[in-house]
Design a protein around this ligand. Structure first.
Ligand SMILES: Nc1nc2c(ncn2[C@@H]2O[C@H](COP(=O)(O)OP(=O)(O)OP(=O)(O)O)[C@@H](O)[C@H]2O)c(=O)[nH]1
Ligand SMILES: [Zn+2]
Length: 198
């Protein structure tokens, strides 16, 4: 059976979150009954459920659903994967790019599954460090490659729109396992993704 990616919105959860958004909007001093805001609590409830759907998804199952026996022994890189997540401290977006590489060990994985697991872990309340680690661990534990590397570059709205208000800072996190712990392999990967860095 194909893996199911997004469940229907749960009616009860939608109603519960909607009621809470309604009172938050009122607490902010707005008139929730005016035309433009009438459906906002429900829209916001559904948007938030969409943005946190990763809690209900199993990244390892997604990888397992498309692993193929293959003797290819070189580096496979999928770079510039869009990341949209929510920082767990302020529930504001952070967004950027993920770059993933692995060296197969008897099995390759369907390429689209790498962006899919980025989404599974991004669509939660996150910190960039844990997001990086979870992607890395999932590939390492499921595919059991000779090595895996993950780099994420992201901008955090909580540092841009509020707080320290820095518009141009980019945070880079990375993790390396197996063959990528060797400096030459790691450098080859970093060189191959380097034109992605602005
Ligand atoms: N390490 C890490 N920190 C993050 C991430 N996203 C947001 N933060 C930080 O979480 C921290 C929370 O710090 P607090 O001092 O409790 O919150 P705050 O008073 O709103 O801090 P400011 O943002 O400095 O105004 C801030 O420094 C944020 O920049 C992330 O992905 N990783
Ligand atoms: Zn934040």
């Amino acid at each position: 059976m194909p893996y199911k990616y997004f469940e229907e919105y749960n009616e009860q959860v939608t109603e519960d979150i909607k009621a809470r958004y309604k009172s938050i909007i009122e607490d902010l001093g707005e008139d929730v009954s005016r035309d433009g805001l009438l459906k906002t609590p429900e829209r916001a409830s559904k948007a938030m459920q969409f943005l946190t759907q990763g809690y209900n998804q199993d990244a390892a199952e997604i990888l397992k659903s498309a692993m193929f026996k293959e003797s290819y022994n070189e580096m496979v890189i999928v770079k510039d994967i869009e990341v949209y997540s929510l920082c767990e401290h302020h529930i504001l977006p952070f967004f950027g790019k993920a770059h993933i590489a692995y060296i197969p060990n008897g099995h390759i994985v369907g390429l689209s599954k790498l962006p899919r697991i980025v989404d599974v872990f991004s669509r939660r309340l996150q910190v960039q460090e844990r997001l990086t680690q979870q992607i890395l661990d999932c590939i390492n534990d499921t595919l059991k490659p000779q090595g895996v590397a993950v780099v994420i570059e992201a901008s955090h709205m909580c540092m841009m729109m509020r707080g320290v208000q820095k518009q141009n800072s980019v945070t880079t996190t990375s993790g390396f396992r197996g063959q990528f712990e060797k400096i030459e392999t790691r450098n080859e990967f970093l060189k191959l993704i380097s034109n992605s860095f602005s």
